[in-house]
Design a protein around this ligand. Structure first.
Ligand SMILES: Nc1nc2c(ncn2[C@@H]2O[C@H](COP(=O)(O)OP(=O)(O)OP(=O)(O)O)[C@@H](O)[C@H]2O)c(=O)[nH]1
Ligand SMILES: [Mg+2]
Ligand SMILES: [Zn+2]
Length: 358
């Protein structure tokens, strides 16, 4: 039961200390409030956190859909005693000032970034998703949905290609089936893909189309503003007939980046390379490319060799991340938050503390 869900030799190795305590491995496939559904070697089981786990773990170390856990089996209800280190973790900061940090998905290999073609493409939003995906350790695939509802798919593709860099871009229609084979080709047996995007982008509709049956509820977008209705309210990991695993998620209003400097650098690698090449011909060696005379970068922005919107967006995200860091002062708080982010990214605190489960 667990090999089809991505169980591997390296997970097996990580699990050895827990096996020695009579625990069994399981993967979280549904998470709803304090209750979890996991798939184990013996089939599916419900589980909740053990008292010790709840007491010791920071929120970010709590299980999310996609996590691998060490379970103490029980009649009808198992106990989650520990988590295995996360291979990848997609993090976000919730909307609003002081918004909490959240692990959206753990142990995903591929992030399918769903953008609807029936509305204006928000390329700035796409950049955020790409940065967060690179930071997570998963590989991004851009999925332009509802191609049947778009008059000029080629133009949309061209605009997205300029942002997507090395990430594949696929236009699909769940309605006509166009592009669905290309999407399917991105999904491999025993590998996990997560669907990300705004409410109403058509994520659950894609899951149903790939599954060949209505597993997830879907709902029409609102007529007055084209926004979704937040139909999906929980995260669920689904095994597709092809053997690939897909994680459906509720639509996100905003995607606040968390500790994502490296992800931003990867998402904007093309811009960075262009700016570096130009910087050599700026008049001043230490040119900040703002308003300095003889700036080659400003000249390139002025005559269109460099896309001003994309350049500005890159700088804005860098400022946003720098601001996040400054906000964490004083130092003590900063240390706590950074430790916490490390936990969210890897759940490693539970490995360190595995003696405690005896
Ligand atoms: N025309 C067209 N409509 C689509 C397509 N895919 C989805 N839709 C419609 O878009 C609406 C929203 O689809 P959902 O699958 O519920 O969207 P979602 O991304 O899961 O939304 P949340 O669960 O709220 O995050 C539904 O009315 C779907 O029928 C498509 O390929 N073409
Ligand atoms: Mg949905
Ligand atoms: Zn310059």
């Amino acid at each position: 039961m667990i090999i089809p869900y991505g169980w591997s030799r390296s997970l097996q190795r990580d699990f050895e200390p827990f096996a020695a305590h009579g625990l069994v491995p399981g993967r979280v496939i549904v998470q709803q409030r304090g209750l979890y559904r996991l798939v184990t070697e013996a089939g599916e089981t419900e589980a909740r956190l053990s008292g010790r786990f709840r007491h010791d773990a920071a929120d970010g170390g709590h299980p999310v859909t996609g996590d691998w856990a060490a379970l103490q089996p029980g009649e009808g209800m198992a106990l989650i005693q520990a988590l295995l280190p996360r291979r990848t973790a997609f993090l976000r900061r919730e909307a609003g000032t002081g918004g909490g940090l959240q692990v959206v998905a753990a142990n995903v290999d591929v992030a399918l970034i769903a953008l609807s073609l029936n509305a204006d493409l928000n390329l700035r939003r796409l950049e955020r998703y790409l940065a967060a995906t690179y930071e997570s350790g998963a590989a991004p695939v851009v999925v332009l949905t509802k191609a049947d509802a778009c008059a000029d798919v080629e133009a949309a593709l061209a605009a997205v290609y300029r942002i997507a860099g090395d990430a594949p871009v696929i236009a699909v229609s769940a309605l006509t089936g166009d592009g669905m084979r290309a999407l399917d080709a991105q999904l491999e047996p025993r590998r996990t893909a997560v669907l990300l995007g705004s409410s109403g982008a058509g994520k659950s509709t894609l899951v149903n189309a790939l599954a060949g049956r209505e597993l997830m509820a879907t709902a029409a977008i609102r007529a007055n503003d084209d926004k979704g209705r937040h139909t999906t309210t929980h995260r669920e990991l689904i095994a597709l007939p092809s053997g690939a695993l897909i994680l459906d998620t509720p639509g996100m209003r905003e995607l606040g980046l968390v500790d994502a400097e490296a992800g931003v650098a990867t998402a904007f690698a093309g811009v960075e390379a262009e700016v570096e090449a130009l910087a050599g011909t700026c008049r001043f060696k230490d040119c900040a490319h703002d308003a300095e005379p003889g700036c080659a970068v400003q000249a390139a922005l002025g005559d269109g060799r460099l896309d001003p919107a994309r350049f500005e967006s890159w700088r804005k995200l860098q400022r946003e991340l720098a601001h996040e860091r400054l906000k964490e002062d004083p130092l003590a708080r900063k240390a706590t938050q950074r430790e916490w982010i490390a936990v969210m990214k890897s759940a490693r605190v539970h490995m360190k503390d595995k003696r405690k489960i005896e």
